[in-house]
Design a protein around this ligand. Structure first.
Ligand code: APR
Ligand code: ZN
Ligand code: ZN
Length: 376
């Protein structure tokens, strides 16, 4: 059946209001307008950021909303003036767009396009309207991706076309988790061979950071988590030591400095807490240590810290989407995956049908899952 140009009715997980379980509903999805495509989503990972959004811990949230920002699928139809994508293309919606025109996109030194949700709200399409409705009500977009729906509409600036051979049940990992952690090590920190690293938090982001540190040739990778169950996986991916802050009476930064003598070369905060961001900075070498913030802190969070920590030479950086210029780099990462540069199987702990999405969120909240992938 040719659906191009028509409204599609399909199933989606709707978050009607903050803190409430998602409800699988029949929604209407409008055809894409100019510079937009409609995508049939095949798989979608549940990320911590979706959970934050559901609990109101994100700016620019409107309800009802269709969450989800780590998906993979196939282009169903394209709007006017779309030249780089066609129906049938395998694609990944991008939670950080690459418009190619803004000052950030034109700079080689950042991937943080000014069309990101931190700069302009992405709860509606660029023309300020939504393509989703349900029971006569407007349903809002999330990060322009809304991948917890069988069909979604995305501006082409936020869509990467990937290799036809990519397995769409796993490719969703390239929409957020893997590029974010891996890129923080290889692009943002530029970890050097033989260096020492500390990775705080061992979810999908932390484990992907470990993959990056290992591929860069780090000699020691110290993994930190308050949940011991995460240690086995961390070691599989390349952690050389695993430590639990709860098992020490002194602060974890002191433990790491003792373990390494003078602190690590690189540290990564993959949790999203201000106290661990500070600890991650403090555990680096006072002269040449670099600490990278990857975890998203709650809105309005602030940190106070001793400026001498930086005065002596430490560098404090942030990394969004691993520093990758998304539209250009995601296809490259997928191709490297297809040539077996990295094995990501260990990142997927559960696979569930869309119907069980609330179970997926519970697994995330309880710390029992790494990535749960929903099959739509
Ligand atoms: N100290 C050490 N580890 C902690 C602490 C703490 N105080 N608090 C939580 N953790 C661990 C959890 O046990 C968990 O293993 O941090 C890990 C975080 O993993 P996930 O919740 O699975 O999160 P992930 O998807 O990896 O994302 C991490 O990056 O994208 C952002 O918003 C996202 O802030 C989140 C962060
Ligand atoms: Zn841009
Ligand atoms: Zn994410």
């Amino acid at each position: 059946m040719d659906t191009a140009g028509k409204v599609i009715k399909c199933r989606a997980a709707v978050a009607w209001t903050v803190h409430q379980p998602l409800i699988i509903e029949e929604v209407e999805v409008q055809p894409p307008k100019a510079h937009e495509v409609r995508i049939k989503i095949i798989s979608s990972g549940i990320c911590r950021t979706d959970d934050h959004a559901l609990h109101g811990d994100m700016e620019n949230m409107n309800f009802p909303v269709i969450l989800g920002h780590e998906g993979a699928g196939v282009v169903e139809s394209v709007g006017e003036q779309v030249t780089d994508l066609k129906p049938g293309d395998k694609v990944i919606p991008l939670c950080i767009p690459q418009c190619g025109k803004c000052s950030s996109c034109l700079s080689p030194n950042t991937n943080c396009c000014l069309k990101t949700h931190m700069h302009e709200a992405q709860n509606v399409m660029p023309d300020k309207t939504s393509r989703f409705s349900c029971k006569g009500k407007v349903v809002y977009h999330f990060l322009w991706t809304s991948t917890f729906s069988e069909f979604t509409v995305v501006p082409t600036d936020a869509v990467a076309k990937i290799d036809d051979r990519a397995p769409l049940d796993k490719a969703c990992l390239f929409g957020c988790g893997f590029p974010t952690g891996y890129g923080a090590a290889v692009n943002t920190a530029k970890v050097e061979p033989g260096s020492t690293c500390a990775v705080f938090g061992l979810g999908t982001i932390g484990l992907s950071t470990i993959i990056g540190c290992k591929l860069c040739g780090a000699s020691r990778i110290i993994a930190i988590d308050i949940n011991r169950d995460k240690f086995e996986k961390a070691k599989e991916f390349g952690a050389t030591e695993c430590i639990n802050p709860k098992e020490y009476s002194k602060p974890i930064e002191e433990v790491i400095i003792e373990m390494t003598g003078e602190g690590v070369h690189y540290s990564f905060e993959c949790i999203g807490r201000t106290d661990t961001m500070k600890a991650a900075l403090e555990c680096t070498h006072m002269g040449y240590g670099t600490s990278v913030i990857i975890g998203g802190a709650p809105p309005n969070a602030h940190i106070t810290f001793d400026p001498y920590l930086l005065f002596t030479g430490r560098t404090w950086k942030g990394s969004i989407f691993g520093g990758w210029k998304s539209k250009d780099c995601v296809p490259r990462l997928v191709s490297e995956y297809l040539s077996n540069k990295y094995n990501l199987d260990g990142l997927v702990s559960h696979t569930l049908p869309l119907d069980n999405i609330n179970e997926g969120f519970r697994l995330l909240q309880s710390g029992k899952s790494i990535r749960t992938i929903l099959m739509l």
